[in-house]
Design a protein around this ligand. Structure first.
Ligand code: C6P
Length: 414
């Protein structure tokens, strides 16, 4: 049940914790899972924790005084404490459970945004954002009439921070950006960008969907006002995400969704909102998923986030070296030292969907498409890319299999 603790990380020992990695995807063809940026695989300890909840504790939370309800509530809240500790939050009150990163960002837009943004205001985003950090602001801007401005992406896949400085001089109310790009792999200088935003009085939202699973992220060190991330990309289940917010900001924000659990008192004429964090958690939440997330956090902490980051960095360096050896391969984004474990690539003029379909015959799972970053692809005039993404259970041998399979794609297309 326990994580294979090690430092440095040994991927072969890690792999033993993930039952799915033992399967074949076609007869005699083992799975080479290179799609963890879309969703990670889950270790047995996460599956076991969720199964144990349903088998032994299943009850609704915060409502009953019976033993099962008390145990389920304790498990649910204990997971929140562990998530708070994992990202260095000052208190578990600052951890709001949502459904995913997307909902976390929508919560900030609909609650903080509606209360604080008005016509003529400026919100800064970047050209590399995932649709989750574009569309909620576009929807709100259309209603409230504030302006959106975008930090450009340079040809080498970095944010143009000179333009950022110019935009900051216009006095934005909010700066919302991704910590690590799900396409370019770029790791943005979050601490510096947040400090610069604070210097002009702007609030900051960091999209940590691709950072929190892959390297140590400490909200107090970064001084992030909000941080959004998803359990399913960090060894946990789908259906649960996290919004971290500084207590002072969350206290001042109106509730997002209304209903049970988010209230202290309801009269026919109105209601009094509950205390944090429950004010933002309306209705029966994803209880088993929160418990699974708690187990995922325990797992990653046992492996060690420094070890995770170091291992993935070395593997990504190796993968980029090997990919760039292949004639006709072009990898999108910056060089390895500025990049996390993502390699989005083009191969000759072969459509990425065809690449992905042939790789699948070799058991190699990659994602093909725009990866929910259409504006970024459009900027570079790319209809789509094929993307391999790495996590703690991937090995050099799997990178070699990817490379071998790409040569087969070249062969098929002559
Ligand atoms: N990116 C990918 O394959 P959700 O779907 O809400 O859990 O996460 C949204 C999201 C937000 N920001 C970034 C940087 C992301 O990478 C994602 C999810 C997946 O790249 C699915 S589109």
């Amino acid at each position: 049940m326990s994580a294979n603790v090690q430092n440095p990380l040994d991927p072969f020992r890690v792999r033993e914790d993930f039952p799915i990695l033992a399967r074949e995807v076609h007869p005699g063809v083992p799975l080479v899972y290179l799609d963890s940026a879309a969703t990670s695989q889950k270790p047995a300890r996460v599956l076991d924790a969720m199964n144990a909840y349903y088998t032994l504790q299943n009850a609704n939370i915060h409502r009953g005084v019976h033993t099962l309800a008390e145990e389920a509530t304790a498990s649910y809240e204990s997971a929140r404490e562990r998530v708070a500790h994992f990202i260095g939050a000052a208190s578990a009150k600052e951890i709001i459970y949502t459904r995913n990163t997307t909902e976390s960002i929508n919560l900030v837009a609909q609650s903080w945004g509606r209360a604080n943004l008005k016509a003529g205001d400026l919100v800064i985003l970047t050209e590399m954002e995932h649709h989750s950090n574009l569309v909620p602001w576009q929807m709100l801007a259309a209603q409230l009439n504030f302006r959106l401005a975008f930090i450009p992406v340079t040809s080498d896949g970095l944010l143009d921070l000179t333009v950022y400085q110019d935009l900051l001089a216009q006095g934005p109310k909010l700066v919302s950006f991704m910590h690590m790009s799900n396409v370019l792999g770029t790791i943005n200088p979050a601490r510096e960008m947040i400090a610069a935003a604070h210097a002009v009085g702007a609030v900051t939202l960091l999209d940590g969907a691709q950072s929190v699973p892959h390297f140590p992220v400490n909200v107090q060190d970064l001084d992030a006002d909000f941080l959004a991330f998803s359990s399913h990309k960090m060894c946990g289940p789908t259906g649960i995400g996290i919004l971290y917010g500084k207590e002072k900001l969350l206290e001042a924000m109106p509730p997002f969704l209304g209903g049970g659990d988010m209230i202290k008192r309801v009269r026919l004429t109105g209601f009094t909102a509950n205390d944090l964090p429950h004010k933002f958690e309306a209705g029966t939440p994803a209880i088993a998923e929160a418990i699974g997330l708690g187990a995922a956090v325990d797992y990653l902490q046992a492996v060690g986030m420094d070890a995770v980051a170091a291992y993935e960095h070395a593997l990504t360096e190796y993968a980029l070296e090997r990919l760039e050896e292949i004639p006709g391969v072009w990898v999108f984004g910056p060089s390895a030292e500025k990049k996390g474990g993502v390699a989005a690539f083009m191969l000759d003029d072969i459509h990425p969907h065809d690449i992905a379909a042939i790789l699948d015959k070799h058991g190699v799972a990659v994602r093909a498409g725009h990866h929910c970053a259409m504006p970024l692809h459009e900027k570079f005039d790319l209809p789509a890319t094929a993307r391999a993404s790495f996590y703690i259970y991937n090995t050099r041998d799997e990178v070699d299999k990817l490379v071998h399979a790409i040569y087969d794609v070249k062969k098929v297309f002559g």
